[in-house]
Design a protein around this ligand. Sequence first.
Ligand code: ZN
Ligand code: ZN
Length: 341
Amino acid sequence: MFAPAAIWAALQSAVLEPFSPGSAYGAPAVVGALAISALYYAERRRARGRRMSPSGFARSIFPKRILLHPSSLVDMRLWLLNGVAFASAYGMLGLGLIFWRDEVVAGLNHAWGTRAPAPWPAWTILALATVLQLLASELAYWFAHYCFHKIPALWEFHKVHHSAEVMTTLTELRQHPVEIIAFMNLIGLSTGIVFGVMTYVFGPGVRPFTLLNGNIFLMAFLVTYGHLRHTHMWIPFTGFAGRILQSPAHHQLHHSANPVHYDRNLGFALAVWDCAFGTLAIPARTREPVVFGLGAETPPFRSALAALIIPCARVGGRIGSLAERLATERKLRAARKGSLA
Ligand SMILES: [Zn+2]
Ligand SMILES: [Zn+2]
């Protein structure tokens, strides 16, 4: 293909990838989010004894003050800029999974020799792969998210996501490319290990139960309430359900500027790893007063370009001052040795 045409085709597929049926902004996920939003709107109007109308519903899910907020405008611009980063990250996830699966199979064959596939019924292998893939991908997500909160240099990148002062479904993609690439690679590694071990034990062709080409659980999350975690709709899961699943309210607490909520609810669809590692905050049944954003820590990014460049500059600055400190310490040690000699 003529080079500019090939570049144009690649860009087009990168921009359109997020809208494919199994993706975050594909028709099933958008329709699912709208359906749950409609139920939420109807329930709130009923509870207050108010009338319902299509225009009232539209205003309730897309309030002007949120949609036109400077924070929301940055989300939209970042979403356009990140189209390419996300498409390549999805590619990395697929390639990473296959790469690590094959590496694990080769390693196990080398260590313990080839073995005959275990004769388990097909549906049990499918069920096991479904659950293990979900747990592994959620564990990698939790771990990556934990590191991006706790390691100062990584937090500089993750601040872009947490600097949102209002939330719309587009806030999901308000991320720095460094973060997108790190998360996808870690998920590729963890799920690759699962499929590698399972391929070694059960033979080639191990796969999970799927919906729209993805793990059935993750896709079910995506096409129902997954998008509502970045909205102002307070939909909490409490009690046992709140220990297993991340509800929209779980993630809204994650975005809270209140220090009691810092570093809580780091999972994606599941709350089990937060529960296991002590980072879970179960939301209250009734709306908690949550202010989104970074609080006084850093002024919010007011342009998409600033959101992309400032974290790199700050990390560069941190690396520079660390190198300077190490060089000074080295000089002091050398001087001390010199005076002792
Ligand atoms: Zn976070
Ligand atoms: Zn978020």
